[in-house]
Design a protein around this ligand. Structure first.
Ligand code: SF4
Length: 105
């Protein structure tokens, strides 16, 4: 819970140089769609929740900025830029094979 709150606080801490956050399609939505502790849902629930969150990312105009931020910041939890934590780890290991916008479309 603290991690989720912390991540959301960082996401929406709008600063002049970080104004992409003000355009986030997830702004104002239920944070539980993007961040849930692993022990609070089963595998199917996680898949369903992540699909719903990724559908929001698919219509987000700042998906590239969001994913770049999450990769640079080493965000370990939640959906960022249309990717879950496992997908972000794979991107860091293997490098991107497509843009974030292509990934979520
Ligand atoms: S890409 Fe997804 S998580 Fe990132 S700001 Fe947009 S809607 Fe939110």
């Amino acid at each position: 819970m603290a991690e989720r709150t912390s991540s959301l606080a960082r996401l929406f801490a709008v600063e002049a140089e970080n104004d992409w956050r003000s355009k986030a399609a997830c702004r104002g939505l239920d944070p539980d769609m993007f961040f849930v502790s692993e022990d609070l849902e089963n595998r199917q629930e996680r898949r369903d929740r992540e699909a719903t969150a990724k559908a929001v990312c698919a219509r987000c105009t700042v998906v590239e900025e969001c994913l770049s931020y999450a990769l640079a910041a080493g965000e370990r939890y939640g959906i960022w830029g249309g990717c879950n934590a496992d997908e972000r780890r794979a991107l860091k290991r293997n490098g991107p094979d497509e843009t974030a916008a292509e990934r979520v479309s």
